[in-house]
Design a protein around this ligand. Structure first.
Ligand SMILES: *Cc1c(COP(=O)(O)O)cnc(C)c1O
Length: 376
């Protein structure tokens, strides 16, 4: 059996252990400490967002962002339909109702025109949405000018799910820095990892302070344990933050490596009939966290996404269909959805190719040879 090629696996830079060892030497093993402070300051520098709370996961960050936005029971929250379920699940944690909006074709992210239709229709039905969750899928920036304008026009809080988009930017501004709140993820498969972790980022100092308070069990300022809010155990540990600080040192390199994967796949597979890739639009810079291919079976002489996936799998290579839209997920049956068919069509015809920053040229060639052979 050929060696396994993963979709996206952790890739250490070399300095992580230094930070972890420092934490051990000082016995800073707790969910606070110098690595947490350092990691937050460094993330603030990279994103240009003033305040950062390092948390246990991106999902936790989304949960807190919804609480900060004042979302409660029976409120409606608009969410991009084409995404990973972690974008939408926190809406359920706070007892609110998700309303899904489909994607536009250029970036595969939330369609601004459909977003406005959805807002107007929800208002007509008697309920103005409390928040909007937009996602920068696969690292590709969403159309933030349009989306931000709509959010401001209707005075709805904007939460940016930049879990996949650290290192991506739109017109020079980092993904995650546009909305009222941004969230990042450092899960094992993301562009950099803390083994597991996330962050909430915002220019609102009080909001981030409150997030840190909620994330550490919401303990009031009293010598005994006194609580006037429901708290959570959502802080990042000083050990994980140490891994993160080491990883941040190689973030630029990781972005370059992932972009080089995309460039290679485009060059070799792009000329095949019916094959296309998600591309940057003017002003956008993607970290190309995952390289995503779409295949039109009416042009590809019958070659399908599933054929490619199975052929890769037979050679011990992991690939994955594009995210199944939330409006088609059993768990969200019955949720209102404003659709145009784009995310469903992408789900049926799209594939994420192995995209790790640690892939070798030989690994990439193994992938492209298998795909090219299907066309012979
Ligand atoms: C990974 C991911 C999340 C969740 O992040 P975790 O750190 O794994 O909780 C949320 N949204 C998107 C789009 C993701 O890809």
């Amino acid at each position: 059996m050929n060696s396994k090629i993963w979709l996206s696996s952790p890739h250490m830079g070399g300095e992580e252990l230094n930070f972890v060892n420092e934490a051990f030497a000082a016995n800073w093993i707790a969910p606070l400490g110098p690595n947490v402070d350092g990691f937050e300051a460094e993330l603030s520098g990279i994103t240009g967002v003033k305040h950062v709370a390092a948390l246990s996961s991106g999902t936790a960050a989304l949960h807190l962002a919804l609480i900060l936005a004042g979302v409660g029971r029976e409120d409606e929250v608009i969410c991009q339909s084409m995404t990973f379920s972690a974008s939408a699940n926190p809406i359920m944690y706070v007892g609110a109702l998700p309303v899904f909006v489909d994607s536009e074709k250029d970036t595969w992210n939330m369609d601004p025109a459909l977003l406005e239709d959805a807002i107007l229709d929800r208002i007509k039905q008697g309920k103005k949405p409390k928040a909007i969750i937009v996602v920068h899928l696969y690292g590709m920036p969403a159309k933030m000018d349009e989306i931000l304008t709509i959010a401001r026009k209707y005075e709805i809080a904007l939460i940016e799910d930049a879990a996949e988009a650290l290192g991506s930017s739109y017109k020079g501004t980092a993904c995650g820095a546009f909305g009222d709140y941004g969230i990042l993820s450092f899960n094992g498969n993301k562009i950099i990892t803390t083994s597991g972790g996330g962050a909430l980022i915002s220019n609102d100092e009080n909001a981030v302070k409150h997030a840190r308070f909620l994330a550490t069990q919401a303990r009031d300022n009293a010598p005994h344990y006194q609580h006037s809010h429901v708290g959570y155990n959502y802080r990042m540990s000083n050990i994980c933050a140490g891994i993160g600080r080491g990883q941040l040192k190689v973030l630029d390199e990781r972005v370059k490596q992932r972009r080089a994967n995309k460039a290679y796949y485009s060059e070799v597979l792009g000329p095949l009939p019916g094959v296309s890739f998600l591309e940057e639009v003017e002003g956008s810079f993607s970290n190309f966290w995952l390289t995503t291919l779409v295949i039109d079976p009416t042009v590809s002489k019958g070659v399908t996404r599933e054929q490619i996936r199975l052929a890769l799998d037979a050679d011990n290579i992991e690939s994955r269909p594009l995210w199944k839209p939330m409006h088609l997920q059993p768990v969200f049956t019955g949720a209102p959805a404003y659709v145009n068919g784009n995310s469903e069509s992408l789900f049926n015809t799209g594939l994420c190719l192995p995209s790790g920053s640690n892939l070798t040229r030989a690994d990439l060639e193994r992938v492209t040879n298998i795909v090219t052979n299907l066309f012979d």
